[in-house]
Design a protein around this ligand. Structure first.
Ligand code: FAD
Length: 556
């Protein structure tokens, strides 16, 4: 049983972690990794920072070497070895030695596919011009660095405002290069809801990045000055000495397809809960596979390192007969953009809307630690949950500090099927320099629980369009004067009890303040005095993040 021959295709996140785990399951098994590239187990997540010189030495990207795999794990790594095909009947793969052209076959008892995903390169005019790069491998990052240096690059167009695009923009700006970011969607960071992306967009612009949203690339052409002109759907053209394409990836399924393995609905390799493909002797993991979304149950592709590593480990356990069950992915992710951290877990509002699922949401903007301790920074947090029972469905947060810790707690709560009431009760670390006695996670739970219990009826800014409700701003007059939603009247919270007679009883009243705390108190006062009242979730801070559409006017 344990004298298995395990062959692994791909030697980075999923493949390497599967190999190392397999060795811990058996001392007898023969384990061989086949890697098409020249490196095994390298840090692809570190590549943008190598381009930006934050990681100055290429060797720091090498998490492990073939020698380490041999000496520590007794695992053989064959680099520059491309697996060409799988003969499922004979349980055999055909391998090409890239350097010599030699082809040979290897037999397996268990085969694991972890070939990753390839950057998208749509067949646009001029896409193969020199100076247009994607970033996936160490050689890619080397070529980008070399081009930057040899061509004295001053301007770069980054196409795509997702994780890699954002990281590349930051790293290029830090090298003193001016960056234009083009994004087909009307927002950056597609996993976020649009209003949560607004602070990210403002931050990019504040750091000097030129943003062109809702503008798709149509063509590339060479300029007389040896640059590249990027033509777009808006009709504008952007000139640069280099282009970085970061418009997403597609699962590497060629081997699986030619072997007749089943694919899933999204085009990834189909696997069951044990990471087994449609062939019982072949497992597949990582960016190449399609797995269920933990929250929605829908099949999905989530090309992230965490799932790839966990799946690799599970596949190894499954190969050795352990009962394993992959729970699915919830898209927990974090990215840093200059001084901002953006993190998300679970379903977004737009996904739930698209799937026609019921949800509620709240916004809040607490400090990342006690306000009286120097250096507190605001976290903008959105919590999405079921209106029936309060099960947590997703969360997103943006801020300068303490963001990822809060999203990690909520990610775990989601995985355990937790509710907003669990967040209310969560006992979390607190000292003034780290948090608040009511942590932002507790506060998110409390705000949502107040809504569900009916203590604080809640409205959202998008609902103010065309509403007959009276909007009451309970901030101080100087705050109101500096900017407020059109039509809002100002009754500061300290005056509210004395001025109740000014508020109509025959129409709904929606109150707001800066971030939602004073309006929460105001909502309770008005509710207890018999008014039909709602709290505008997240206050003026959330209002300002709603994308400018003309629907949400601001007056001074
Ligand atoms: P990979 O790590 O891509 O490994 C696949 C390997 O298989 C490749 O080396 C390839 O050469 C090899 N291969 C393919 N076909 C064959 C074949 N036929 N024969 C032999 N070998 C083959 N994720 C995060 O969670 N956080 C981050 O911050 C983050 N940053 C990233 C930054 C960049 C620039 C990139 C490119 C990715 C980043 N990711 C990040 C994503 C993460 O790196 C991937 O999700 C993860 O590496 C996927 O692991 P994998 O094993 O499926 O594929």
């Amino acid at each position: 049983m344990s004298k298995k021959r395990i062959l692994i295709v791909g030697g980075v996140a999923g493949g390497a972690s599967c190999a190392a785990r397999a060795r811990r399951m058996s001392e007898e098994a023969e384990i061989i990794i086949f890697e098409r590239g020249a490196f095994v187990s390298f840090a692809n997540c570190g590549l943008p920072y190598y381009v930006g010189n934050v990681i100055a030495e290429e060797r720091k990207l090498l998490v492990a070497t073939p020698e380490l795999f041999k000496t520590r794990f007794n695992i053989e790594v064959r680099l520059e070895s491309t697996v060409l095909s799988i003969d499922r009947g004979q349980k055999r793969i055909e391998v090409l030695e890239n350097q010599t052209g030699r082809r040979y076959a290897e037999k397996y008892d268990a085969l694991v596919l972890s070939p990753g995903a390839a950057p998208l390169r749509p067949p646009l005019p001029g896409i193969d011009l020199p100076g247009i790069f994607s970033l996936r491998t160490i050689p890619d990052s080397r070529q980008i660095r070399q081009w930057l240096e040899e061509h004295c690059v001053r301007h770069v167009v980054v196409v795509g405002g997702g994780f890699i695009g954002l990281e590349m923009a930051e790293n290029l700006v830090k090298r003193g290069i001016s960056v234009t970011m083009l994004e087909r969607l009307p927002q950056v960071m597609p996993p976020l809801d649009p209003e949560m992306a607004v602070p990210v967009q403002k931050h990019l612009q504040a750091k000097g990045v030129t943003l062109s949203l809702g503008n798709a690339v149509k063509s590339f052409s060479a300029t007389p000055e040896e640059g590249i002109s990027v033509g777009t759907s808006s009709g504008e053209a952007f000139e640069a000495e280099m282009v970085v394409l970061a418009i997403g990836v597609k699962p590497e399924t060629q081997l699986a397809v030619s072997a007749g393995l089943r694919l899933g609905k999204c085009g990834g390799i189909w696997v069951d809960h044990q990471m087994k493909t449609s062939d019982p002797s072949i497992w597949a993991v990582g960016d190449a596979v399609e797995v269920p979304d933990f929250v929605t149950g829908e099949p999905t592709l989530v090309p992230l390192a965490g799932p790839a590593n966990r799946q690799g480990r599970l596949a190894a356990d499954s190969i050795f007969g352990r009962e394993v069950h992959f729970r699915g992915v919830q898209g927990t992710a974090v990215v840093g953009v200059f001084d901002l951290t953006i993190a998300t877990t679970g379903a977004s509002e737009k996904t739930l809307k698209r799937l026609g699922k019921e949800y509620e949401k709240v916004y809040l903007h607490p400090g990342h630690h006690a306000g009286y301790y120097p250096g507190a920074r605001m976290i903008s947090l959105k919590l999405i949950f079921s209106p029936k029972g309060g099960k947590i469905l997703g969360a997103q947060a943006v801020g300068e500090a303490g963001v990822e810790r809060r999203m990690d707690v909520i990610a775990m709560a989601i995985q355990k099927g937790g509710t907003v009431f669990d967040l209310e009760e969560a006992e979390l670390c607190y000292a003034p320099q780290y948090g608040t006695a009511k942590d932002p996670v507790n506060l998110a739970g409390m705000v949502a629980a107040n809504l569900l219990k009916g203590d604080v009826p809640t409205a959202h800014w998008e609902g103010t369009v065309g509403t007959t409700a009276l909007i009451v701003d309970v901030r101080d007059p100087h705050e109101h004067a500096a900017g407020h939603p059109a039509g809002a009247i100002n009754i500061p919270l300290p005056e509210l009890r004395a001025r109740l007679a000014e508020i109509p009883r025959d129409r709904e009243v929606w109150v707001h303040c800066g971030v939602g705390q004073r309006s929460y108190y105001a909502t309770r006062i008005l509710k207890l005095n018999g008014f039909r009242v709602k709290n505008l979730s997240g206050g003026f801070a959330t209002f300002k993040n709603h994308p400018p559409s003309g629907k949400h006017k601001e007056s001074c």
